[in-house]
Design a protein around this ligand. Structure first.
Ligand SMILES: Nc1nc2c(ncn2[C@@H]2O[C@H](COP(=O)(O)OP(=O)(O)O)[C@@H](O)[C@H]2O)c(=O)[nH]1
Ligand SMILES: [Mg+2]
Ligand SMILES: [Zn+2]
Length: 377
């Protein structure tokens, strides 16, 4: 059921002077980072206004839903007649490229939105749905950022950094052989996606190199847990049409070890992409500095692939050891039946998880994966 929203009167909000560094550091910077960078949280008037010098007043209009929770939006003197809706497909610092029905626009970010940026958090990230106000030619200013459905993050300088938003699928690409299939690595990548709300999809490439029978028990285990598995070969084209249908009109991020065939797969899916095969991607090139965290690459059949040139691999950010059990869908149902409430399911007596493994209710390989991930954290 969709939540009903009703308009509330405009609220006069007071903001600190634009370049008041002290204000930025003490007030909403913290909240901004804690709240997944969602502008609607940041914009609630009290938190933005401080007790110090107030130099400007702005009108903020907000919405309150039936549950009484505020969903404030920054909405500053926007003239709807002049504005366009679009999607940020590339962001470098405060410059973005926004794709709209009227073509791509080079955009700056409007002053007040800009003042919400911190060292780590960009106000606009690739994937954001934005409103822009053209300023002439294909130039524009971003005046509004829609709340994000979900975010893709990494840890940088000990903090969570958002690199892309509104991602629908996360492809975990592995190879059946050359390099060997590493099921525990797949489990690890599944775990790192579990919290984001992005749908994971396991893609096993290079199936031309193996007998499929060998893979079936593994695939059955993941499928039973609700993770879709695609068996493909970039070389023979097996499984490609089905994967293409999945990616069509969606935004997908591609993840997986080097050499498993990610570039080959993208080329087979959409030959126009022209990805270089057999090359270590830019992410590993030493000395190459890029400020573009993520980029949306349009697919000829609709949708986007999200490229993350600056990111080596998605880490298990933000997960504490005690959380791991709850993120293993197959271990979670047993984890509260142990004798000790803080059971780690590794060395304790009367452990329901270990009993589950012994009784054949939990896949021993998945349990092994659990132990490995826990000990690595
Ligand atoms: N046999 C076979 N080899 C493949 C397949 N896909 C990719 N390769 C090879 O695997 C190597 C690495 O491919 P690449 O696309 O660069 O992998 P990436 O590092 O994940 O982007 C290249 O030598 C490809 O030719 C496939 O489906 N079958
Ligand atoms: Mg590659
Ligand atoms: Zn236990």
């Amino acid at each position: 059921m969709t939540k009903k929203r009703k308009e509330t009167p405009k609220i006069r909000a007071e903001f600190r002077k634009k370049y008041d560094q002290r204000g930025r550091k003490t007030d909403f910077t913290k909240d901004f980072q804690a709240d997944q960078g969602q502008l609607d949280d940041v914009a609630s008037a009290e938190r933005i206004s401080g007790k110090g010098r107030l130099t400007r007043k702005r009108t903020v209009s907000g919405q309150v839903d039936e549950t009484g929770q505020s969903g404030f939006q920054i909405e500053l003197e926007i003239d709807p007649a002049l504005c366009l809706q679009g999607r940020a497909i590339r962001v470098s610092g405060l410059k973005s490229v926004v794709r709209t029905p009227r073509g791509d626009f080079d955009c700056a970010t409007r002053g007040l939105l800009k003042s919400l940026a911190t060292d780590l958090q960009n106000v606009v990230v690739a994937g954001d749905l934005v409103t822009i106000q053209p300023t002439g030619g294909q130039q524009a200013v971003i005046v509004r950022v829609e709340p994000r459905r979900n975010t893709l993050s990494r840890t940088s300088k000990g903090k969570q950094q958002i690199i892309a938003s509104n991602v629908q699928l996360s492809l975990i690409v592995a190879s059946a052989a050359q390099p060997d299939l590493k099921p525990n690595l797949i489990d690890r990548l599944l775990l790192s996606i579990e919290k984001t709300g992005i749908q994971p999809v396991i893609v096993i490439n290079k199936i031309d190199l193996v007998e499929l029978d060998q893979l079936m028990p593994l695939i059955g285990c993941w499928a039973q847990l609700g993770y879709p598995v695609h068996l493909v070969s970039a070389q023979t084209g097996q499984g490609i049409p089905r994967l293409r249908n999945l990616l069509r009109n969606r935004e997908s991020v591609v993840n997986g070890q080097s050499g498993v065939g990610k570039s080959s797969l993208l080329n087979t899916l959409d030959p126009g992409l022209g990805r270089r095969v057999g090359e270590v991607s830019a992410e590993n090139e030493k000395g190459k500095h890029t400020t573009t965290l993520a980029e949306l690459i349009p697919l000829s059949f609709g949708g986007y692939i999200i490229d993350t040139p600056g990111i080596r691999q998605f880490q298990l950010w933000d997960i504490i050891p005690a959380e791991v059990e709850s993120m293993f869908r197959d271990i979670r149902p047993y984890s509260h039946r142990c004798r000790y409430p803080d059971c780690t399911h590794t060395h304790e007596d009367d452990c329901a998880v270990k009993s589950g493994v012994a009784d054949g209710l939990i896949d021993p390989r998945r349990y092994d994966s659990y132990c490995q991930i826990r000990s690595d954290l």
